[in-house]
Design a protein around this ligand. Structure first.
Ligand code: AMP
Ligand code: ZN
Ligand code: FE
Ligand code: FE
Length: 285
């Protein structure tokens, strides 16, 4: 049997547009066998997703996507099967979520001062209860106001990392984040390492540093990677002894990414499960 495994998705616990329950239902409808829910800087969707997965149909890998930063470059780190109550990791995630509040406020202030039709109250009205706040919620307010047709347009016009309105927020160093994921019993996988922001992509040296700190894998098969980036990722993984994963980075209706558009091999998931001790492994359907 060809097992379909997608290890990177978002729900309304962060900037996806479907509830955790609905992401599980969409995964089943898309023919997936295993799904990881990896919301930005939070585990708050885990319980709902677990309940939905237990009702049958799809197996669940509980995960997070940690926003990290090194020298002004943004790096995303996936953490699978971590202990959600690990004090160090949960404190770091709380600090990052907290930093995102003031950062979003500041971005909206800069935009409004420049005549872009958006207020912070309008943005807050777009944030699902308890969700990690992010730029996509500013995009949603701009769509609501009719300034743009969709999130993509809002990012292209005003919200990209090289926009004059871009403001960063507190984010851990990627090496410290890898160490925290490992300490919390999880497996760390570098998400879409070759996504370019501000024309920069990260260096092999930083991935080597992360590997030395306990990085388990790299997400090679991702829509942000062309054939050359995938070849570079596979070569790097082979050289450093890292697992290779593939996933959709699904955000519901918020992005074009479709569930299962890239997938992970069953042997790789087995390794992730074998190496983790944070939470009961995969919730098997
Ligand atoms: P933030 O975490 O607030 O810095 O926002 C970054 C997030 O915005 C990314 O993780 C994506 O989920 C989302 N994003 C980035 N570019 C786009 C885009 N063009 N359209 C929709 N969402 C995007
Ligand atoms: Zn996102
Ligand atoms: Fe990401
Ligand atoms: Fe993501």
């Amino acid at each position: 049997m060809n097992v379909q495994i997608d290890l990177h998705t978002h729900s309304t616990a962060s900037d996806g547009t479907e509830s955790p329950r609905d992401v599980v239902a969409s995964a089943r409808a898309a023919g997936l066998d295993v799904l990881a829910l990896t919301d930005h800087d939070t585990t708050s969707g885990w319980q709902e997703a677990t309940e939905a997965a237990l009702r049958g149909g799809v197996s669940l890998v509980r995960g997070i996507e940690i926003s990290c930063q090194r020298n002004g470059t943004s790096i995303h780190l996936l953490g699978y099967l971590t202990d959600p109550d690990h004090p160090g990791l949960s404190a770091e995630l709380a600090r990052a979520r907290d930093g995102r509040v003031r950062r979003l406020e500041r971005m909206v202030e800069l935009m409004a001062a420049d005549g872009i039709p958006v207020t912070y109250a309008e943005v807050l009205a777009q944030v699902p209860r308890g969700a990690t706040k992010g730029r996509p919620h500013i995009a949603d307010a701009l769509v609501h106001n009719g300034a743009v047709a969709n999130r993509d347009e809002a990012f292209a016009q005003w919200l990209s990392n090289d926009s004059p309105y871009y403001v960063s927020h507190y984010a851990p160093d990627p090496v410290a984040a890898v160490q925290l994921v490992v300490e919390a019993g999880g497996v760390a996988v570098h998400a879409h390492p070759f996504t370019s922001t501000r024309g920069r992509t990260i260096s092999d040296a930083l991935i080597e540093e992360m590997a030395a700190a306990g990085l388990g894998g790299v997400e090679v098969d991702h829509r942000d990677h062309d054939a050359a980036a995938r070849a570079r990722g596979r070569a790097l993984a082979a050289r450093l002894g890292l697992l290779v994963t593939g996933s959709s980075d699904y955000h519901g209706g918020g992005k074009e990414n479709r569930l299962g558009e890239n997938t992970t091999a069953p042997e790789v998931l087995e390794e992730i499960e074998a190496r983790s001790s944070g939470v009961t492994p995969v919730v098997w359907a």
